[in-house]
Design a protein around this ligand. Sequence first.
Ligand code: DX5
Ligand code: ZN
Length: 220
Amino acid sequence: MSVRINPSILAADFVNLESEVRRIRSADLVHVDVMDNHFVPNLTFGPGTVQRLAEVSDIPLDVHLMIDDPDRWAPDHAEAGAYSVTFHAEAAADPVALARRLRSMGARAGIALKPGTPAEPYLDLLAEFDQVLVMTVEPGFGGQSFLESTMPKLRALRERVSGAGLDVWLQVDGGINEETIVTAARAGADTFVAGSSVFAGDPADRIASLRDAAASTHAH
Ligand code: DX5
Ligand code: ZN
């Protein structure tokens, strides 16, 4: 199983995003947290910023929409050049129709689950998505502690994805560091978002050590 490390620029310097994405070019994708101050109590970027980031970044954009009415807004982010667009299950009126629309535009479609949202309603729909994001903190802010209580849900998703032979990435986001990445990798994650733990030090070093920690877990 390959390991992907997606640093979140929520922890980057917002007035120097072009140079910040250069500092994480050894990562797999740039994780872009879009927040609308409605779905979550915080406000960040929109499709205009996504478009410029897609133009200046050497690695593709993994856009995480923490917004109301993604049915209306997610396609704009695909249009802006996002490689993957992940919307929240709790916010989407018709997740399958939205995923199909995103895929028809050439983007990967992802569905995100807040810590309290069960996976069961989506287990039979996994072929409709390219990735599932298991939130390991309540969405809205960086720097929170990893919620181990979300691991049974991740294990259930891993069982179904591997059992059905699906090519669906299982992503975790929130509180990921060199220790918690091992817990998440053991529970079946292959794609890891990390904000504060990457930007707290030298990003290239932090990306390499996160990658090593996850890869050594998968090897066992
Ligand atoms: C939280 C965001 C995360 C955030 C993670 O709502 O979705 O992507 O940037 O930050 P850390 O890694 O600091 O928990
Ligand atoms: Zn995120």
